[in-house]
Design a protein around this ligand. Structure first.
Ligand SMILES: C[S@@+](CC[C@H](N)C(=O)[O-])C[C@H]1O[C@@H](n2cnc3c(N)ncnc32)[C@H](O)[C@@H]1O
Length: 454
């Protein structure tokens, strides 16, 4: 193989070949994340790779599907490729690795014809000055993957061992035990349904949309073929997309009409919308102006309003404490791997430790922003104890004027399995049938309801 070069001449492919631009964008985004850009989200890498390419909406959706499938089974795909490459995986050549991974993901996981997956991958190799000479290798390996698909699938085995990065598998075994950790990893292979929060007439909308009204309150759609924005009710602002688990922290906070409530890490605003729909006077704070623009657009569509403040929550004045505060803290997001499988491969333990430190400071700030007698909900979309129960145990030890309000099963439609031993919310991807092949599951959320003494 040619030595790796640091400067890359961009590939020049024929944009008139159907589906080629989508593969190009998927490959570039996957290469970015497999290369040095740890911490970048796949959404952002796709947007970056798509700049100037001008993908039609269907091609943009295809690029996202290919890139997502690549990360969802990355461990299995790497093993399948490694067994068929004489010189092993090209880990020092992310563009070649990404070409092979995205090609294999199409063959193994997506309803793409084998010849299209192979042919378009080979075309991308030929269009790339650094990879032209490897087009025969790409062709041979991907053809073999297609030929041996059934055997490869049969060999996949345990997702916790083969498809979960070691550091996460170790942590989940420690936190939840072997069996539960394996179920979590199995649920990650399945992806997730589209859940909607519908403040008014959810039964009616469930029927119109062909969804199911869950006892937790959300409407679940398991077969969505069109863009979400084309579904009935989107344009008129009848609902918004929000995982059923993500809707629970606000349900536990139980906002009342007229209460002053601060949403400290608010964008893009799913929880702000819940608070505003309940009639609370919401102050939505986020340090990202761009994300707050999305929040404002979302609230406009829904006909809801909030005071929107662009600020670091740590800098907020403390002179007018709120009746209730919601802190949906920035976190490792390991509870969202079903929807964002890149998270498993682009985050690491150092990110987790840094974020747990920020959460601690935000939580202490949120405590000072809550009035005596007021409620505070802390939540994260993480499976890691440092971002959940351990954070709350340490908080309660240093803040004696706060007490935990244990969550009861009645508040969760009887779902006692969603409550941990301390009385906090602990949802897992394997809950509600996740991992059993029935499009069930929940994002992994933690939430604690705390009360300041009067
Ligand atoms: C988990 S997301 C919030 C999701 C949101 N609550 C929802 O339901 O749509 C975390 C947010 O925290 C924001 N953030 C991170 N650090 C912050 C800080 N110090 N002050 C304010 N916002 C912060 C990020 O910009 C990000 O939008």
């Amino acid at each position: 193989m040619a030595p790796r070069t640091n400067t890359r001449t961009p590939p020049s492919f024929d944009p008139s070949v159907p589906g080629l631009a989508a593969r190009h964008v998927a490959r570039e985004a996957v290469a970015t994340l497999l290369g040095a850009a740890r911490g970048l989200a796949l959404e952002d890498a796709l947007a970056q790779a798509g700049r100037g390419v001008g993908l039609a909406p269907a091609d943009a959706a295809l690029a996202r599907a290919i890139a997502t499938a690549s990360f969802r089974r990355l461990g299995f795909i790497r093993a399948a490729l490694a067994a068929r490459l004489r010189d092993g995986l090209p880990d020092d050549r992310p563009h070649l690795l990404a070409l092979l991974v995205t090609g294999a993901a199409q063959i193994l996981d997506l309803a793409v014809a084998d010849h299209a997956a192979v042919d378009l991958s080979v075309r991308l190799a030929k269009a790339d000055p650094q990879l032209q000479h490897l087009a025969p290798l790409v062709n041979a390996v991907l053809r073999r993957i297609a030929r041996e698909r059934d055997a490869i699938r049969a060999e996949e085995g345990d997702p916790l061992g083969g498809n979960t990065p070691d550091w996460l598998a170790r942590r989940w075994r420690e936190a939840y035990g072997e069996e539960a950790a394996r179920k979590i990893a199995a649920a990650h292979l399945e992806g997730a349904a589209v859940d909607l929060t519908i403040p008014r007439d959810p039964e009616l909308w469930a029927e119109r949309l062909g969804g199911t009204l869950l006892d937790l309150g959300s409407v679940r759609l398991t077969e969505v073929r069109e863009a979400v924005a084309d579904l009935p009710g989107y344009a008129e602002g009848a609902w918004w997309v929000q995982d059923a688990a993500a809707s629970l922290p606000v349900r536990l906070l139980a906002p009342q009409a007229g209460e002053r409530i601060a949403d400290l890490c608010a964008a893009p605003g799913g929880k702000t919308a819940q608070l505003a729909a309940a009639g609370a006077a919401v102050t939505a704070v986020d340090r990202s102006g761009a994300r707050l623009e999305r929040l404002s657009r979302n609230l406009d569509r829904l006909g809801l309003s909030a005071e929107v403040v662009t600020a670091d929550a740590l800098d907020l004045p403390e002179d007018r404490p709120f009746d209730a505060v919601l802190l949906d803290a920035p976190c490792s997001a390991t509870g969202t791997i079903r929807r964002h499988p890149d998270v498993a491969w682009t985050k690491n333990e150092a990110d987790l430790i840094r974020l747990a430190g920020l959460q601690r400071r935000l939580l202490d700030k949120a405590a000072r922003l809550t009035r005596p007698g007021g409620r505070l909900v802390y939540c994260t979309c993480s499976l890691e104890p440092e971002e959940g129960g351990a954070q709350i145990a340490a908080f309660l030890a240093r803040n004696p004027d706060y007490a935990r309000v244990p969550i009861t099963a009645e508040r969760l439609a009887g779902h006692a399995e969603l409550i941990d031993g301390s009385g906090d919310l602990r949802t897992l991807p394997s809950h509600l049938g996740g991992g059993s092949g029935r499009a069930g599951g929940l994002d992994g959320f933690f939430a604690a309801l705390l009360q300041r003494r009067a």
